[in-house]
Design a protein around this ligand. Sequence first.
Ligand code: PEP
Ligand code: MN
Length: 338
Amino acid sequence: MIIVLKADVKEEAIEKLIDKISGQGLIVHDIKRGGVGRMLGLVGDIPQALEDSLDRVDIVESVLKVREPYKLSGRRFHPEDTVVSVGDAKIGGGNFAVIAGPCSVESEEQILSIARDISNSGAKFLRGGAFKPRTSPYSFHGLGLDGLELLKIAKQKTNLPIVTEILSQEHLENFAEDVDIIQIGARNMQNFTLLREVGSLKKPVLLKRGLSSTLEELLMAAEYVINGGSDQVILCERGIRTFETSTRNTLDLSAVPVLKQKSHLPVIVDPSHGTGYWYLVEPLSLAAVAVGADGLIIEVHNMPQNALCDGQQSITPEVFHHLMKRIKRVYEAVHEMK
Ligand code: PEP
Ligand code: MN
């Protein structure tokens, strides 16, 4: 619900109204938008008696019901873009960044070599799975906490912040300590307990779209994280299940402008899981930049043919280097025209 306030009301009267509403367990967003006037955005389960009384408050011009169920992740209460920052590295609000690295951390030599290469090519964050959600119980499931230690070594040597996936609440403390951006994978997008608990760490979160989730469901998942305590959420389009079998998933690039219209959160694209083939990573990365993505997450491996996970969709550091140059050119071309 949005309460539109009359023009020139006293600050004191607004404070009193905010206190009255928050006293009933609701979150109040004070929205100050030039030209549109002052508004209060209410989030939570609004008691009928409060709703009925609002029309009669003398500083209230009108009361509007908001249709969208995503109040915290939506743009309506939060018109400005959110910028997710880790030190100097930023994503969103005009800051474009590339996250790159292997599907999974395999050894110190592997992660260090890839981290150095992608950093030299301009990546701003290092990705690498320590805990891997695999379809088969017999596949490689990552090095676990040892993998996290290797990511820390790579961070020390390159200064690249770490992005890695959490699979279970059991590791919340380790992630709170060592991880810069906590990834929630597609398979856990609707693990509501995990979403809330990860949110409570108040750290940046990379939330990937579920395999068969609508954009509204993705925004509601982000709502859980923000409600849990972290407003630093990055949304990620990583392809969805369709009838098409030529690619691993169908990369839904229309998700980018749609999400950016509905939400203030940064939106990035994963062309690696989105297509499943290394040679499709370049064209889809460029297309993602052209439709306005705030960043990309790309799987890079120094020896894709020997990778323990997702080698067929991983590009080499050489291809990545070339791709970064082309990304820059498309980014400049698109943003120059604005
Ligand atoms: C990954 O990023 O390695 C991964 C498992 O992604 P997703 O959750 O999108 O499948
Ligand atoms: Mn992968």
